[in-house]
Design a protein. Structure first.
Length: 182
């Protein structure tokens, strides 16, 4: 038995999500896949607005957290999309590539963020030492936003992995034309 939750096309977009058509929800395959559950996608929108557009973390700190989360999940979709986004905000390919490697190969700030992601995956909590390092680096709100970002992108990673959501065409083409250089 094959279960098919392909990204929903504009022509089949749920009427209950009409307000989200043309915005973030129809911009990426992951949200077009999530649209199979309209109430979830509608509820997701405010959290997405905070985590993606208004976190306490700087754009590059957010990308480090998201990339490490995508790496830990083995979610090629999230990794590819955030290689693109990292490049767009000025992160070098070399820096991006380190995020999938050992902590000691990263810049100190990146290693602190990646360590926090690793602890959340491995231990489901941040150690006191990592909490202090995060407080020093990003403050209390940044620490909470890091945890929320890991949770948010873990859910997206579970969706894209469960339903084989294809990497969006433009992102796939970019990475084929310009693979991540290390």
């Amino acid at each position: 038995m094959t279960i098919d939750f392909k990204p929903i096309a504009d022509s089949d977009w749920p009427e209950s999500l009409a307000a989200l058509k043309g915005g973030f929800a129809t911009g990426l395959n992951v949200y077009r896949t999530m649209a199979h559950h309209p109430a979830l996608l509608a509820a997701w929108a405010p959290l997405r607005s905070h985590v993606v557009s208004n976190p306490s973390l700087s754009p590059d700190q957010s990308e480090v957290v998201i990339l490490r989360t995508g790496h830990r999940l083995g979610a090629a979709y999230e990794w590819a999309h955030h290689v693109h986004r990292g490049r767009r905000i000025g992160m070098s390919d070399a820096r991006i590539a380190t995020i999938a490697g050992p902590l000691d190969a990263m810049a100190d700030a990146d290693a602190t963020l990646a360590q926090a992601v690793d602890e959340l995956f491995d231990n489901r909590r941040l150690s006191p030492a990592t909490q202090q390092a995060l407080l020093d680096l990003v403050g209390a709100q940044g620490m909470f936003d890091l945890i929320a970002t890991v949770g948010f992108y873990s859910v997206l990673g579970f969706i894209v992995e469960s339903f084989d959501t294809p990497i969006d065409t433009a992102i796939a083409a970019e990475l084929q034309e310009r693979p991540l250089a290390t």
